[in-house]
Design a binder for this molecule. Structure first.
Ligand SMILES: [Zn+2]
Length: 315
């Protein structure tokens, strides 16, 4: 793979833009545009397939109203990473908690811990990998949906992995200097700086998304832009076994229910609500158009992720 651009210094700090009002977040004011079916094209099916398994690092039950506009249901919440086995090597999607997770939480302070919980129940990715018989040294690539602390915390613990993220996301995060800034912890990226590669969306339209980036050039793992939660948020379309495509959408929504309705989160956690509305409408349209052959995987929905095997467990 040819790295297209290395991460480098010297760009301006974007204005902090937590644009979402509570009113809007509750879904009272959001109208989702309809995406015409003609815009939801099918990805050409080619030979290379990828196998997938999940590494859960935190998991507990929350009420669904905590994650999306809905009542009376439970949300099987998780922080997790997914390991892909591609002929080019092992690829980790969103390496979540690092060995430093307890220290990260302590340094982030009590308010951060109040919102996101303390270290109890949060396990470093490498610990979960070792239990599953996997070595962090064997991971060749990490692809990230966005750079929030709970999606890139373990980059430093995967010593050989080339880290791929969208150019827009890395440009956005590059000027951050505080320990926690806009949900990111800049030291997570800095510790992997020599292995960090930014990719532009310079590929053709895919499945109704106007741009793409084919990670290995074989259509097996294709990145598409999902702006809204963060400016450079990225989805990955992964061609799995049996003709099923898995779509990693990061934090575009927290739950599969958010795609199905569609509906925003109930908490104001998105930088650009208007952009996210367009993104979510497109993901929703794609899920409807490709029902039965597409599995949409929000990063924090263990119920959705349970469609994949757990690493180290036979099925
Ligand atoms: Zn996030």
């Amino acid at each position: 793979m040819t790295p297209l651009e290395r991460w480098n210094g010297g760009r301006k700090t974007p204005r902090r833009a937590l644009a979402c009002s509570l009113f809007f977040a509750l879904g009272c004011g959001s109208t989702f545009p309809r995406v015409p079916p003609s815009e939801v094209a099918r990805t050409p099916r080619e030979a290379t397939e990828v196998t997938l398994c999940v590494l859960y690092q935190e998991r507990f039950t929350r009420p669904l109203w905590n994650g999306v506009r809905a009542t009376g249901e439970a949300w099987d919440y998780t922080i997790a990473s997914v390991l892909l086995r591609h002929p080019a090597g092992l690829v980790m999607v969103d390496p979540a908690f690092g060995r430093s997770v307890a220290d990260d939480l302590w340094r982030a302070g009590p308010l951060f811990q109040l919102a996101l919980g303390g270290p109890r129940g949060k396990r470093p990715l490498v610990e979960v990998m070792e239990e599953a018989g996997l070595s962090p040294e064997d991971v060749d690539y990490a692809v990230v949906t966005h750079v929030h602390w709970d999606h890139v915390g373990a980059l430093a613990d995967l010593p050989r992995a080339r880290v791929l993220a969208s150019l827009g996301e890395l440009k956005w995060a590059q000027p951050f200097t505080r320990f926690v800034e806009n949900g990111a912890m800049p030291h997570h990226l800095k510790r992997a700086k020599s292995r960090l590669y930014a990719f532009p969306f310079n590929g053709p339209p895919v499945d109704g998304f106007q741009q793409s980036f084919d990670v290995f050039g074989d259509g097996a793992i294709v990145a598409v832009p999902l702006p809204g939660h963060t400016p450079g948020s990225t989805g990955y379309l992964v061609r799995g076994p049996g003709g099923v495509t898995y779509f990693f959408i990061g934090d575009t929504t927290w739950t599969a229910k958010g795609v199905e309705l569609p509906a925003h989160k109930t908490l104001p956690m998105d930088l650009d609500q208007a952009a996210l509305t367009t993104t979510l409408a497109r993901v929703h349209a794609m899920a409807e158009a490709r029902a039965g052959e597409l599995v949409v995987l929000p990063a924090h929905d263990a119920g959705a992720l349970s469609k994949l095997p757990t690493c180290g467990e036979a099925r």
